[in-house]
Design a protein around this ligand. Structure first.
Ligand SMILES: C[S@@+](CC[C@H](N)C(=O)[O-])C[C@H]1O[C@@H](n2cnc3c(N)ncnc32)[C@H](O)[C@@H]1O
Length: 248
């Protein structure tokens, strides 16, 4: 039987609050490392003399990408396929006080930015003012429309098909202008993840396979394996692969 593709899963039934509780309810050290990696890459994103248009693809029920990019961003665009997740993000961004988990990740991000950045104690208003929520598919991203793009657990977590994974990575990489910064995290050694009793897909990829996929689209690619263990810490999660590069 052919592997199931992106269209074979019920993304509009995604249980956003359950996902949030399951993956971010109790922040894990690996999440902090993701924030630190992303901030370090975004800090160096060019150009340095103006704020950037930053995209996050497959945002889902997470504010981590927005929190990491906020200090560098003029505009933060979430490009998310699921209406349920868009509705959750809208509700979450309407809060004047962020939930403790997002406060935690903001503190980790602020520390990673370090001295010399005038960052607010509470980023809720700035997040809301800069954010744009777009319901759309990664496969339909416009080309060269952003200065920098992030993608956390999307291209490998939306399909069982290798050709779709590669098309998703290509679309992500091409969404930024040449020279723009790419930041991505991928599930390592995962076959899928369960949210509210529904099994979502994942492709089991090596760091080398990810590097190969991006070699056609990016320069200066750096790939790091983070927190790889031999058991699941959360459904479908036993470590991750982090990637940075610049779009060609
Ligand atoms: C594993 S979740 C990752 C969520 C979040 N980025 C995180 O780091 O926890 C995968 C996300 O990809 C979204 N997604 C599924 N198909 C998509 C598509 N074709 N284009 C964009 N996003 C998609 C899902 O709705 C979900 O939010």
């Amino acid at each position: 039987m052919a592997d199931k593709g992106n269209a074979d899963y019920q993304w509009d039934g995604f249980d956003a609050e359950q996902y949030f509780q399951q993956y971010y309810g109790e922040p894990h050290a690996d999440d902090d490392r993701v924030v630190e990696f992303a901030v370090n890459a975004l800090k160096q994103a060019t150009p340095h003399d103006r704020l950037l248009d930053v995209l996050d693809v497959g945002t889902g029920p997470s504010l981590i990408p927005f929190l990491c990019a906020l200090p560098r961003a003029r505009r933060l665009t979430a490009w998310e396929y699921s209406g349920a997740n868009i509705a959750w993000l809208k509700f979450e961004l309407a809060r004047d006080e962020l939930r403790p988990q997002w406060r935690h990740f903001w503190d980790v991000g602020r520390a990673a930015y370090g001295k010399g950045w005038d960052l607010p104690d509470n980023p809720a208003v700035a997040l809301r003012e800069k954010s744009v929520l777009t319901q759309g598919s990664i496969f339909d991203l416009p080309r060269a429309a952003w200065d920098a793009a992030t993608m956390f657990f999307c291209a490998e977590s939306i399909t069982k098909r290798q050709d779709e994974f590669e098309a998703a990575c290509a679309a992500f990489a091409r969404s930024v202008r040449p020279g723009g910064t790419l930041v991505a995290a991928f599930l390592a050694q995962s076959e899928g993840y369960i949210v509210s009793d529904y099994l979502y897909p994942a492709l089991n990829l090596s760091p080398e396979a990810i590097q190969r996929t991006f070699a056609a689209h990016a320069d200066g690619i750096v790939v790091d394996a983070v927190g790889m263990v031999d058991h699941e810490i959360r459904s479908g999660y036993s470590g991750l692969i982090f990637l940075t590069g610049t779009a060609r």
